[in-house]
Design a protein around this ligand. Sequence first.
Ligand SMILES: Nc1ncnc2c1ncn2[C@@H]1O[C@H](COP(=O)(O)OP(=O)(O)O)[C@@H](O)[C@H]1O
Ligand SMILES: [Mg+2]
Length: 268
Amino acid sequence: MLRIEQLTKRFGANAAVDNVSFTIDKTAMIGVIGASGAGKSTLLRMINRLADASEGTIAFQGRDVTRLTGSARRKWQSECAMIFQQFNLVPRMDVVSNVLHGTLNRRSTFSTLFNLYPTEDIHTAIEILDRLGIADHAPKRAEALSGGQQQRVAIARALMQDPQIILADEPIASLDPMNAQIVMDALRRIHEEDGRMVIANLHTLDTARRYCDRVIGMRMGRVVFDGTPDQLTTGVARDIYGAGAEFSEAATSTDINALAEARHAVTA
Ligand SMILES: Nc1ncnc2c1ncn2[C@@H]1O[C@H](COP(=O)(O)OP(=O)(O)O)[C@@H](O)[C@H]1O
Ligand SMILES: [Mg+2]
């Protein structure tokens, strides 16, 4: 489905992504982990074509998307929706309008200019918000919502594009453990129920282990691990993060597991 071959992105002399190759054969939920600066965001940005590759190719379902321009590039960008750590909503605009922004790629300049959304699209937006448990917030300004709710609005905006791939760049890095879990659960459910591929850069090991079918570990622009969560042992993690014996899993934990256990204890 998605084939990355010898992909490189250089910023001056620095290779942010350095000769990366991997193939995703079937729709899966993939976690990309690695220390800050490892090249995770640059990799996702190249896939989405927010950044141009210096070398190499990105192909989806046999189609080379590496050098698309103009409307072909925009069409590809709507097929692989991106979600960011900081949500990237329009804060003063209402929630439903933020979600409808996900249809921008296929609307005329005229209707965009005058905020004319087809009724059908408005219904779809509300349905998606409902699915994510936040339909009640539809008329509110985005800035009035909590971080976890805002990230779900961003997911709704992505779903509005009906994308085949969802690219999430550290989607829970700004959230507390409970909201982190809600957002990760939503992404997992979207993957399982809709069959969409999810590729998420994750800053914590436990989240990658818990939610992903496959984990790709990056270090200094290169892929240094590609395997199942089971294969991601503490020793392997130490290599990925380039840490010494002082490496602690706790430093790369969101405490989602701890939260789940605490909840379990309360309900047991
Ligand atoms: N626009 C840019 N200009 C120059 N260097 C950049 C730019 N974006 C990223 N880099 C560099 O590329 C490397 C990888 O960055 P990034 O992809 O953001 O890593 P990560 O997301 O894993 O933290 C870093 O050394 C970073 O400083
Ligand atoms: Mg990053």
